[in-house]
Design a protein around this ligand. Structure first.
Ligand code: SAM
Length: 231
């Protein structure tokens, strides 16, 4: 059975898509998408040999060799231009996901949907999307095994459209702020508590300009979260 996290990612794949799942590890997501007839073709991309082998094994065991192509390579380099129309990248940090998109920009031609699931730093992805012609069209937040995950969905379009308060919404997510679910409140309460501890420690440390700058960044983020949670 697929995790709730990856099932949520799969739920945003348009029916009949040709997908590439980058950093696929065991290839659970592409196999699921083919078995459920969500996707008609899938690439499972992996840069590390161990996960690449486990993807090969999984696809073979599921007898999906004809529809799931397992490829070894860095980021989007495993895709030929025009081969897929939807890309999924799940289970890594937001900065890494943004770097993979940035380095593979030319492979995105012909792709019309991105489904991204950062474990941390969703803000890095929102910023990248904003700067590269991708409109955030949906977001989800979920909790599984005591961890909280965000899923970001983007399509080509008006990049500024979902935003009304850019600073707050880049950090916390325009759709997620609007929805303000229990999981969302939990996540940002925890984050703010963490920041407050760090902030207090910084106060005791010897002051220099760099530290002062870091402190003011944290202070700002705490303020944003408190403002959003109070509304
Ligand atoms: N996507 C799966 C999931 O969400 O359950 C696996 C997540 S796993 C934590 C991250 C995977 O991404 C690892 O198997 C790692 O080898 C792979 N990875 C990291 N950087 C990559 C890159 N630049 N290109 C392809 N795969 C990468």
């Amino acid at each position: 059975k697929l995790s709730h996290r990856l099932e949520t990612v799969a739920s945003f794949i348009p029916k009949g898509s040709k997908i590439a799942d980058i950093g696929s590890d065991h290839a659970y997501l592409p196999c699921f998408a083919i078995e459920k007839e969500i996707a008609s073709f899938a690439i499972a991309g992996e840069v590390v040999d161990g996960p690449y082998q486990s993807a090969l094994n999984q696809v073979k065991a599921s007898e999906l060799d004809e529809k799931v192509s397992v490829r070894k390579g860095n980021g989007l380099e495993v895709i030929s231009q025009g081969e897929v129309d939807c890309i999924t990248i799940a289970g890594m940090g937001g900065t890494l996901i943004a770097t993979i998109l940035e380095n593979g920009k030319q492979k995105l031609e012909g792709v019309n949907r991105l489904v991204l699931q950062p474990n941390v730093s969703a803000i890095s992805i929102r910023k990248w999307l904003l700067d590269h012609g991708w409109e955030l069209v949906a977001e989800k937040i979920l909790e599984e095994d005591k961890k909280i995950y965000e899923v970001l969905v983007a399509e080509r379009g008006n990049t500024r459209k979902p935003y009304s308060n850019m600073e707050n919404e880049l950090l916390l997510g325009p759709f997620l702020i609007k929805e303000k679910s229990d999981v969302f409140i939990k996540k940002w309460t925890q984050e703010a508590d963490q920041w407050k501890k760090i902030y207090a420690q910084m106060k005791d440390a010897e002051q220099n300009d760099e530290l002062k700058k870091k402190r003011s960044v944290i202070e700002r983020k705490i303020k944003i979260v408190e403002e959003v949670l109070q509304k």
